[in-house]
Design a binder for this molecule. Structure first.
Ligand code: AMP
Ligand code: TRP
Length: 332
């Protein structure tokens, strides 16, 4: 059975992008893989997080994952900062990855923005920590949204260089799993930007805890163009906002762009947005309800996370200890 690892940052309320690009695709993988699901708080602090908010968001993220169908008994749900192996292996990978590799990372360029000098050094080496997350478990499959593809290529480059430099076949190659018709959900205000929990505009995203009125309002206000919907996918070319809404609908309805356009092609956005908002409310309300129920009992969530961390450490600690031996650290 192949081992899966994936992570999500507790840097805000999870969005529809996290749900369609990641979480929702994780659930069925649990049927035929051994899975580790990690709330990556070490990654979250690469950008400033208010401490009290971080604590709260971390628990909320765990609750959302449970509400979406992550199974903490058959699989492992845990916090990254609870398992020391991540930071230990990340340091070794800091010494394997080359500056030239990190300089090509587009997410760093996006997140650092114009004032690159003011970005944290953690943000710069973020992909090395992500590689450590995966390789600390010898995981071989990693489900992510399309935006993480480049980081996974880097994780493979790190594994290869480590194996080469130390003359071993220790870290396996990893295979990205980029799933579904909505692997990249875009902002509701700008079809060229990805939907993000850290976007300053609330109107740009659907949060998984939005109530039905908020969902309907955000969809009604979503940016579109004046043309009606085309009847075939080719007609979405050059219409980023239309393409995004059709992709969201397709993912939620379990079809593809062509399927949505067969049903809604020729309609104006007024009518299509009504249908989309109804579908969103239908699919997201149960998750919001279950999340609220779980959060009413935080001690139970914390217990689940503590047990997960113990089981995760039992896998990662020996792998990191072996890595340290290969590097030549004297064990005394
Ligand atoms: P993050 O919110 O950056 O921690 O991302 C957690 C997971 O959600 C990763 O697998 C991302 O690729 C995925 N993800 C985040 N934003 C989007 C988006 N707008 N569309 C699709 N997937 C996304
Ligand atoms: N960097 C990922 C993101 O922002 C989150 C992440 C951290 C991750 N470690 C990981 C995803 C390991 C997959 C595997 O989306």
């Amino acid at each position: 059975m192949q081992r899966i690892f994936s992570g999500i940052q507790p840097s805000g309320i999870p969005t529809l992008g996290n749900y369609l690009g990641a979480i929702r695709n994780w659930v069925p993988l649990q049927r035929d893989h051994e899975c580790l699901w990690c709330v990556v708080d070490l990654h979250a602090i690469t950008a400033w997080q208010d401490p009290a908010a971080l604590t709260q968001q971390t628990r909320e993220m765990a609750a959302v994952l449970l509400a979406c169908g992550i199974d903490p008994d058959k699989h492992i749900l845990f916090l990254q900062s609870s398992v020391r192996a991540h930071a230990q292996l990340a340091w070794i990978f800091n010494c394997v990855a080359r500056l030239g590799w990190l300089n090509r990372m587009t997410q760093f360029k996006d997140k650092a923005g114009k004032d690159r000098e003011a970005a944290s050094s953690g943000l710069y080496v973020y992909p090395n920590l992500m590689a450590a997350d995966i390789h600390a478990y010898h995981a071989t499959r990693v489900p992510v949204g399309d935006d993480q593809r480049q980081h996974l290529e880097l994780a493979n480059d790190i594994a290869q260089k480590f194996n080469h430099d130390y003359g071993v076949e220790f870290f396996p190659a990893i295979e990205p799993l980029i799933l579904g018709p909505a692997a990249r959900v875009m902002s509701l205000r700008d079809g060229t930007k990805k939907m993000s929990k850290s976007d300053p505009s609330e109107q740009s995203r659907i949060n998984l805890n939005d109530d039905p009125d908020a969902i309907a309002l955000k969809i009604r206000r979503a940016k579109t163009d004046p043309e009606p919907l085309p009847s075939e996918p080719a007609g979405l070319e050059g219409r980023a906002e239309a393409r995004n809404l059709v992709g969201i609908y397709a993912a939620l309805a379990g079809t593809d762009h062509a399927g949505v356009l067969r049903e809604h092609g020729g309609k104006g956005f007024g009518a299509f947005k009504e249908a989309l908002a109804a579908l969103l409310v239908e699919k997201l309300s149960p998750i919001a309800g279950e999340t609220r129920r779980l959060l009413a009992d935080p001690a139970t969530i914390d217990r689940v996370l503590r047990a997960g961390a113990e089981r995760a450490a039992a896998i990662a600690d020996p792998i990191v200890a072996e890595t340290e031996r290969l590097v030549g650290f004297l064990r005394v």
